[in-house]
Ligand binder design. Structure first.
Ligand SMILES: NC(=O)c1ccc[n+]([C@@H]2O[C@H](COP(=O)([O-])OP(=O)(O)OC[C@H]3O[C@@H](n4cnc5c(N)ncnc54)[C@H](O)[C@@H]3O)[C@@H](O)[C@H]2O)c1
Length: 270
């Protein structure tokens, strides 16, 4: 059901690791809608994942970049403009990693070097992406930058540990940079707060299956899938959302507005 919504638009898509990644599905959908883009990921993730298959399917160039490195980002934005033949209209930041979660650390036993790494990779990198883009004047007017967040920015989830702070900071950066970039160059900056999704980052969180099922029961529409999220990203990159900026957009089938649902009441009263 492609509508050429992104015809003539150019961009960068961060974070496609494998075919389950939200960024992977987004790349396919952006391509379908007529957009062109470069793909990027951290050098180590590119060795572990299958990004080259996606690049071949999309006719996209892969430019490695560790999103915490200003030098890598500088190279990525400069090369992307070169390869794509002009300034950019959209950027997807689909990056998250917590060494503390990876190593199964409890919230009362955080390793603070890793905590800082979580913040650097999962939140500060978003500021670095935006600042690099501003300094290189890499975005066209009315361009759209989106990062992916999770409701643990607003509510406590025991096993999400330091990623909760990273997501709160990510959303805050979208507001602050959105204000600056909007008044400066009409560039839009938003976060999409996505339902639990079965990806490498998702299933790495202990208890994931339980809160996936819980969210499913608490969402009148059910959990939003990675494909659904990809469609929302396309909408946010399109001209149909020109006046949306500095927002954290809930994309969760109604989860965030539900107190309790009939399904859960029935389940718990058995
Ligand atoms: N899966 C979920 O349940 C869920 C829910 C809400 C939000 N999100 C968010 O969606 C985004 C994408 O995650 P996903 O679920 O598609 O999982 P994913 O594991 O497929 O993607 C995470 C990506 O981050 C990349 N990354 C890690 N360190 C990096 C670095 N230093 N530089 C550049 N890239 C780096 C990884 O290589 C990987 O491609 C993340 O921000 C995640 O927090 C996921």
């Amino acid at each position: 059901m492609a509508n050429n919504l992104l015809k003539g638009k150019r961009g960068i898509i961060f974070g496609a690791l494998d075919e389950n990644s939200i960024a992977w599905k987004t790349a396919l959908k952006v391509k379908e809608e007529g957009g062109s883009f470069t793909l990027t990921n951290a050098p180590i993730a590119m060795r572990l994942g299958t990004i080259n298959q996606l690049a071949a399917a999309c006719g996209a160039e892969v430019i490695p970049a560790d999103a915490t490195s200003e030098a890598d980002l500088n190279n990525l934005f400069s090369k992307s403009m070169e390869v794509l033949g002009g300034k950019l209209d959209f950027v997807l930041h689909s990056i998250g990693m917590s060494p503390n979660i990876r190593k199964g650390k409890e919230y009362g036993d955080m390793n603070y070097d890793w905590y800082l790494k979580t913040i650097d990779i999962s939140a500060l990198s978003f500021h670095k992406v935006l600042q690099t883009s501003e300094k290189l004047d890499a975005m066209n007017e009315w361009g759209s930058v989106v990062a992916l967040s999770y409701i643990a920015a607003q509510r406590a989830y025991p096993d999400y540990t330091d990623m909760a702070q990273a997501k709160a900071m990510l959303e805050s950066i979208a507001r602050s940079y959105g204000q600056r970039y909007g008044s400066m160059k009409k560039v839009r900056v938003n976060t999409i707060s996505q339902s639990p999704t079965k990806t490498t980052a998702g299933i790495g969180i202990s208890g994931f299956d339980v809160f996936f099922d819980f969210a499913q029961m608490m969402s009148p529409l059910g959990n939003a899938t990675a494909e659904d999220c990809a469609s929302y990203c396309v909408a946010m990159f399109s001209d149909y959302t020109r006046m949306v900026t500095m927002q954290n957009l809930m994309h969760d089938g109604g989860f965030s507005a539900s107190g309790i649902t009939k399904e859960l009441v029935e389940r718990l009263s058995k």
